[in-house]
Design a protein around this ligand. Structure first.
Ligand code: HPA
Length: 269
């Protein structure tokens, strides 16, 4: 694994002059933030050694380097999901690479289904905790050069970054929710009873990504900020049928608000 990471990092450093301070992973249909990145240098995943190739619709599959909010960033336009058939080491490999490229923060976005009855479709939710219902990406021998065998998960989502997100949201008049994200493998959406179960165990929203990347980032002690767009509701009485297309449509509408928050946060980091 270390050898692969070093090989990929050496390739990227040979192609790109920007040394990123912040890594950004963009969720389903949420690649619009990329338009705001200045002085872009981009690499297609298919050209990067050891990178898997994204298969899901709505994911372009590029690593974009540039400047956002005055910070040097590397953004993943399109991520790798466990449900696509990649193993967890592949899903999280780009996070390892971003760490070795020098990132000091990781920002993550996703789309999710809301279980909290106070949520509406289109809401933004700051993730302040998660419940992992996927295979853990750290299973197997630990590589001590990367992090500890038993990483702490008490503060998986950085409290200072959460406070900053709330501050910038308030100052630009964006309403924002906060809660716990339940990570499932997918690819099925939930049955009504599954939504109910996830609510009972403490979840506010459910989705099929993010948790593996966050676990791996925390393994390497990278502070994480994650934000979710509520694209559908698993609330009794409000449950409607969801499709991937619905998730993308709603995602696009709320994405501008999310982009603004991330950009303002970067400016103030
Ligand atoms: N469940 C799981 N993943 C999702 C959902 C959902 O309701 N909405 C968007 N991603």
């Amino acid at each position: 694994m270390l050898e692969k990471i070093n090989q990929t990092v050496a390739f990227i450093k040979g192609k790109v002059t920007i040394e990123p301070e912040v890594g950004i992973i963009l969720g389903t249909g949420l690649g619009g933030l990329v338009k705001e990145i200045e002085k872009q240098q981009a690499l297609d995943y298919k050209d990067i050694p050891n990178f898997p190739i994204s298969t899901v619709e709505g994911h372009t599959g590029r690593l974009i380097f540039g400047e956002l909010g005055g910070k040097k960033v590397v953004a993943m336009q399109g991520r790798f999901h466990f449900y696509e058939g990649y193993d967890m080491k592949q899903v999280t490999f780009p996070v390892r690479v971003m760490k070795f490229l020098g990132i000091q923060y990781l920002f993550v976005s996703n789309a999710s289904g809301g279980m909290n009855p106070a949520f509406e479709i289109g809401d933004l939710m700051i993730i302040n905790d998660h419940i992992n219902l996927m295979p853990n990406p750290l299973l197997g021998p630990n590589i001590s050069e990367l992090g500890p065998r038993f990483p702490d998960m008490h503060r998986a989502y950085d409290e200072k970054l959460i406070a900053l997100a709330k501050k910038v949201a308030a100052s630009n008049g964006t309403a924002i929710k906060e809660g716990c994200y339940v990570g499932t493998t997918g690819p099925t959406f939930e049955t009504p009873k599954e939504y109910q179960y996830f609510r009972i165990i403490g979840g506010d929203a459910v989705g099929m990504s993010t948790v593996p990347e966050v676990i791996v980032a925390r393994h390497m002690n990278i502070p994480v900020f994650a934000i979710s767009i509520i694209t559908d509701l698993g609330v009794p009485g409000k449950i409607i049928e969801v499709s991937h297309e619905d998730v993308q449509k709603i995602g696009n509408l709320s994405e501008q608000k999310m982009t603004r928050i991330m950009k303002d946060m970067l400016t103030q980091l």
